[in-house]
Design a protein around this ligand. Sequence first.
Ligand code: FES
Length: 87
Amino acid sequence: MASISLGDNKIELADGSEIKDAAETLGIPFSCKDGVCGTCLIKVKEGKENLSAPNNKEKEFGLTDKSERLACQCKIKSGNVKIESAY
Ligand code: FES
């Protein structure tokens, strides 16, 4: 079981699942959900190694490491990932 947390709130989700629904519930804003607009940009505070590698849309957006991610694009492998909005 994996989990996403923001502040004092935590949501559990299945290993390997997309994080966008959990991130949205935690208060991260979304718009396109297609890796284009950048609205869902998050900072990964802890557990960046637990996220999938940046995909091509994230790379095209200019994200090359795992500290900043597009929440609509990444998946969680397992464990906990602590996030906050990048804005
Ligand atoms: S919601 Fe637009 S890039 Fe994620």
